[in-house]
Design a protein around this ligand. Structure first.
Ligand code: AOF
Ligand code: ZN
Length: 358
């Protein structure tokens, strides 16, 4: 009777505080790579006495901010953390030490850290110091929060999401929905959260680069794919002072304007090498933005399913039928189809947004 109820209430509180951790962690979305987003809440006698999140790689971890916020009240308290506390000296000292020194009595962890230098050692260290540890509260939510970080850690490649806008008759268009790139729009949200955006040189030549319009928010790195380009590529929407926001990956030497844009030449450009290069540079996530993409750009995606290079698909369907030259988008029976999982469907300002995992 009473005991069971108390147990159930405790579980509810656990979930509630862990969701708060995730909410805090998200405040730094787009700013933490190559580090994960992490949030921490310190609770004593059923009251939140400290909160914190990891703002940026190189700065202190979530636990440190939350413990500072709690001060002496951390003693005998329960610490909720969306990711296993670290136990290593990286850019910052181990969080396990901070928690032990603060004399917390219990630590509740969302998920273990896939980073091989942490992987369960943080939990063991805390237990060794007599702190009780519970793992796996709201684990699915914590995993989704850091799906890109986890993927990079485990594969050495950036987490890739394919994005496109379609008309109702299934034709890819370079438009995006009304208000999508304004504050609060889904596209501007993607720009805030992703570390990079891959686009074709065709798009870079024609229209504004997909950079965030909101001042002070994350600016994803623009990765421009130049295949079969002439020896000169002019990017009209990129000013000299913002040259470092873009990198050109080309299959032959190319002079880019504005000067100062980095150029990397590959003998052959394939998605796997791109995702490895980006991961080496500390990007966890990248959007492959399918706008105004010619044949050669499209060919980047050949075999993406077999090679597991794309993890997620985001498709926006606009409420119109696009005039076309007939059958170009028609696939007949027998074409291979790749089912997507965990589909989500949202209504965004008059268009429909579909999300699914490969
Ligand atoms: C935590 N809390 O808030 C974060 C953690 O170079 P450093 O010192 O920042 O260490 C980076 C690693 O620490 C990162 O790869 C991940 O394993 C862990 N991140 N751990 O306890 C945090 N951001
Ligand atoms: Zn840490």
């Amino acid at each position: 009777g009473g005991r069971c109820q108390a147990q159930a209430a405790g579980d509810l509180d656990d979930a509630h505080y862990m969701r708060r951790c995730v909410e805090l962690a998200r405040k730094a979305a787009g700013h933490t790579s190559p580090n994960p987003m992490v949030g921490c809440v310190i609770v004593r006698d059923g009251r939140v006495v400290g909160e914190g999140f990891h703002p940026k790689a190189g700065q202190p971890h979530a636990e440190v901010f939350a413990l500072r916020d709690a001060g002496n009240l951390a003693e005998n308290a329960t610490a909720y953390v969306s990711l296993e506390p670290c136990n290593h000296y990286g850019r910052t000292p181990p969080c396990t030490e901070a928690l032990i020194n603060a004399k917390v009595k219990e630590v509740v962890v969302g998920m273990t850290d896939p980073n091989p230098i942490v992987a369960s050692k943080g939990i063991e260290k805390l237990q060794g110091a007599g702190i009780s540890v519970r793992v796996g509260v709201e684990e699915a939510l914590c995993r989704k929060l850091n799906e890109a970080y986890i993927h990079r850690m485990l594969t050495g490649k950036a987490f890739a999401t394919l994005r496109a806008t379609l008309s109702m008759n299934g034709i890819i268009t370079n438009q995006i929905g009304k208000g999508a790139d304004q504050s609060g729009g889904y596209y501007s949200q993607l720009m805030k959260e992703y570390d990079g955006v891959i686009i074709s040189s065709d798009l870079a030549k024609m229209s504004a680069l997909p950079l965030s319009r909101e001042a002070g928010t994350n600016q994803p790195l623009c990765i421009i794919i130049a295949q079969g380009e002439s020896s000169r590529l002019h990017i009209p929407s990129l000013s000299q002072e913002h040259a470092s926001r873009a990198i050109v990956l080309a299959d032959s030497p190319v002079t880019v304007e504005p000067a100062g844009v980095e150029v990397a030449v590959f003998r052959q450009i394939d998605l796997e090498s791109i995702l490895q290069l980006l991961a080496q540079r500390g990007l966890c996530s990248v959007l492959v933005d399918f706008r105004e993409a010619g044949e050669s750009f499209a060919s980047l995606l050949n075999d993406f399913q077999e090679d597991k290079l794309v993890q997620k698909v985001v498709v926006e369907v606009l409420p119109f039928w696009l005039a076309s030259d007939g059958l170009s988008n028609l696939a007949f029976g027998g074409s291979q189809s790749f089912p997507l999982k965990n589909l989500e469907l949202r209504d965004v300002n008059g268009s429909v947004l579909l999300e699914g995992y490969v």
